[in-house]
Design a protein around this ligand. Structure first.
Ligand SMILES: [Zn+2]
Length: 113
């Protein structure tokens, strides 16, 4: 991995998991951004599925497609949740799907020379 990317990756990762959801919530739900944003950040809890893996954390491993809540079936479920007429189910689905997007970005960066 290129030195610049190595420096940027954690910023993109944690910014993507904790700051971007608040910005997305602000863009989509305007005045309601606080509760939607809080639930979207809470959707990062899908990372608890890492506890089922051995080792729990491996920086060289791509989470997407490996962990139970990071598979394509889970991704489809998150998209379907966005259609449910309950605000918190929507926010949770949007947050979890966004989480997969950010994790996938990490996988792409890992493959860079
Ligand atoms: Zn993850």
């Amino acid at each position: 991995m290129d030195g610049r990317i190595e420096f940027l990756q954690p910023i993109l990762h944690y910014g993507g998991h904790f700051i971007a959801p608040l910005l997305i919530a602000a863009a989509l739900w305007r005045s309601e951004w606080r509760r939607y944003g809080a639930v979207m950040v809470a959707a990062n809890l899908i990372d608890l599925d890492h506890l089922l893996a051995d080792p729990i954390f491996d920086p060289e491993r791509c989470s997407v497609g490996f962990h139970l809540l990071h598979g394509w079936e889970a991704g489809l479920a998150y998209l379907a949740m966005m259609l449910v007429p309950r605000w918190w189910v929507r926010a949770l689905g949007a947050g979890a799907f966004w989480h997969l997007t950010v994790d996938y970005g990490d996988c792409v960066m890992q493959t860079l020379p």
